[in-house]
Design a protein around this ligand. Structure first.
Ligand code: GDP
Length: 594
């Protein structure tokens, strides 16, 4: 920071409120207050440009001076719900209604795809007719003169994957339930996912054409699952439809418009666009293509964009009929060309000033990711719950409960709910029987939740995802312990738990006697690495016959710090001499589960 008499502060082209506060050595709150006085609602991680920052700085007694080279600053943290994040900072008079974005959820084979097709084919606006239907991951229809956007990758997995990456997947969820099959496990899961996203649900009671359709039974099952339909005094709209015969589709669309009006969906079309990647792919001749759902602003041909670590300039845009368009207002899905690589669904697109800035932001992010790659991702854990409670970062504890039988869920949920008080609510996002799956982990990532299992196992893929994403998964076999842990976590009394992270394996190929040092093993490192002082186990067949630490590590006669996969070395373990050829030495470290 430049500390001259007139308190000059050098400000880059763009920076976050937090960074500006650091530069001026003032509280970010004061800056937010200044911006509020100027009519701008911003959060601490939001980017502001030089001009805005300069005005604030001046108000606070600084002289602002632009940094010569345009500098790329840290991206905003993607924690605020998408809907708000993109329109925070907009003056209310700039906001206009935007079409709703709808996702279709439900159990497999209940007719999600069929319903998406039925809606698409019955409602192509006349002016747009004639274009060839393109599957770009989302489409827009017009009903009673109003537009509705549908995401056409059905299922809560896609929806939650987007949320896990920080995007608000949709504004409204249509829950498809087959009237001849009723509420099924994925129906329950879908309800949990939509609820966790705080997205209103409309039930489409599908397949009413079937002779064995039993709408009343389904409504009863829905009520049991916590969704009471309006005709039964609840607040959930339920529309009986047949996707096969295109029955009642209009009524469903009308209700979507109704719910969207209540939700007051707004955006500012007169600003640079921000949007979400719906899907990305590589076209052999046209290069990387991405379907973007514009969430705020208007995206135009020629705009410089950055998506995560990808940058580019929008060379051309196509709508969902395959027609070229020059601009895309809020809620419109478009395919764009001109990116440096293929982005992933759920990534956020931002329009920036020019391609050079886009490229700089992208490469900065890539460098940061490489730096961060060695650290495990962290979301939210029971261990630091207390800290987060104290600092006001969380006010509710989101839990996902999986248990072996329905009979164990009830006592667990009842006991857990008793633990909350006026300062903290224990919020059970999802409760179900069965193993812990990737879908549970994804929901946990998207909702900053903890996954608690009772007498269940964790699917290997779910375990990997949890490790990658830093999700706290805890499995218990005694209800008392489960409740006690959560209770302790709430009171800040939970002892940290450590888990073993295997760092490498080596196979014993020979055993040597070393004078004064007992025996050492001549080994071949098969994967990872073996480090001196690392913790290590010896596995013989299925058995672990030793657990201790590596005390010596030699390559030929040299002492070395570590040996990587593909090399041979000599290993000595603390107080262990009983090596046999074929033993596996497993090196590991203890890592705090957090
Ligand atoms: P998804 O797995 O939820 O996407 O289900 P699909 O859309 O693939 O539909 C599953 C099966 O149910 C297909 O054979 C559809 O033809 C059938 N189906 C879907 N909707 C209806 C309907 O309204 N009536 C009848 N009779 N069959 C339907």
């Amino acid at each position: 920071m430049a500390e001259e008499q007139a308190k000059v502060v050098t400000i880059p082209e763009f920076l976050t409120v937090r960074q500006l506060a650091a530069l001026m050595d003032v509280s970010p709150i004061d800056i937010i207050k200044e911006l509020m006085n100027a009519g701008l609602m911003v959060n601490i991680n939001q980017q502001i440009d030089f001009d805005t920052a300069a005005i604030v700085a001046q108000e606070m007694g600084f002289e602002a001076q632009p940094e010569t080279a345009p500098q790329v600053e840290e991206e905003a943290e993607v924690t605020t719900p998408f809907k708000q994040r993109f329109i925070t900072g907009e003056a209310p008079e700039d906001l206009v209604p935007r079409p709703p974005v709808v996702t279709i959820l439900g159990h497999v084979d209940h007719g999600k795809t069929k319903l998406l097709d039925a809606i698409r084919h019955t409602n192509v606006a006349d002016s747009e007719a004639g274009g060839i239907t393109q599957h770009i991951g989302a489409y827009q229809i017009t009903h009673q003169g109003k537009k509705i956007t549908f995401l056409d990758t059905p299922g809560h997995e896609a929806f939650t994957a987007m949320r896990a990456r920080g995007a608000q997947g949709a504004d409204i969820a249509v829950l498809v339930v087959a009237a001849d099959d009723g509420v099924m496990p994925q129906t329950i899961e879908a309800i949990a996912h939509a609820r966790a996203a705080r997205v209103p649900i409309i039930v489409a009671l599908n397949k009413i054409d079937k002779p064995n359709a039993n709408p009343d039974l389904v409504k009863q099952q829905l009520a049991d699952a916590g969704l009471t339909v309006d005709e039964w005094g609840g607040d959930v709209i339920c529309v009986p439809v047949s996707a096969k015969y295109k029955t009642n589709i209009d009524e469903l669309l009308e209700n979507i418009l109704l719910v969207s009006e209540v939700a007051e969906l707004r955006a500012n079309p007169n600003r640079p666009a921000m949007g979400t990647v719906v899907e990305g792919r590589l076209d052999k001749s046209k290069g990387p293509m991405a379907t973007i759902l514009v969430q705020n602003g208007t995206l135009r041909v020629g705009d410089a964009v950055v998506i995560g670590e990808i940058y580019g300039r929008v060379r051309a845009m196509l709508n969902d009929k395959g027609k070229r368009v020059r601009e895309a207002p809020p809620s419109m899905p478009v395919v764009i060309f001109g990116l440096s690589d293929v982005p992933t669904a759920g990534e956020i697109l931002e329009v920036v000033e020019n391609e050079r800035t886009a490229r700089m932001i992208a490469s900065r992010r890539a460098a940061e990711r490489q730096e961060a790659a060695t650290l495990p991702a962290k979301t939210f854990t029971l261990d630091d719950l207390y800290e987060q409670l104290q600092s006001g970062q969380v006010k509710e504890l989101n839990l996902i409960i999986k248990a072996d039988v329905q009979g164990s869920i009830e006592p667990i949920v009842t006991s857990l709910q008793k633990l909350g008080d006026e300062n903290l609510q224990v919020n059970i996002l999802h409760q179900a029987t069965g193993h812990i799956t990737e879908s549970d982990i994804m929901l946990a990532v998207a909702s900053r939740a903890i996954v608690i299992g009772f007498n269940v196992t964790v699917d290997p893929a779910a375990r990997r995802m949890a490790e990658r994403e830093g999700v706290d998964v805890r499995v218990y076999d005694i209800i008392y312990r489960l409740i006690d842990d959560v209770d302790k976590a709430l009171k800040g009394l939970l002892e940290p738990v450590y888990r073993d992270v295997v760092t490498g394996h080596a196979e014993v190929r020979a055993v040597f006697r070393v004078p004064h040092a007992g025996k050492v093993a001549g080994v071949y490192v098969t994967d990872g690495e073996i480090a001196r002082n690392s913790l290590a186990r010896v596995r013989r067949g299925d058995e672990v016959i030793y657990d201790g630490r590596v005390t010596s590590l030699k390559r030929f006669t040299e002492d070395v710090k570590e040996v990587k996969a593909g090399f041979e070395c000599g290993v000595g373990l603390e107080n262990f001499n009983d090596y046999q050829e074929g033993d596996i030495i497993e090196a590991y470290r203890k890592e705090r589960v957090s």
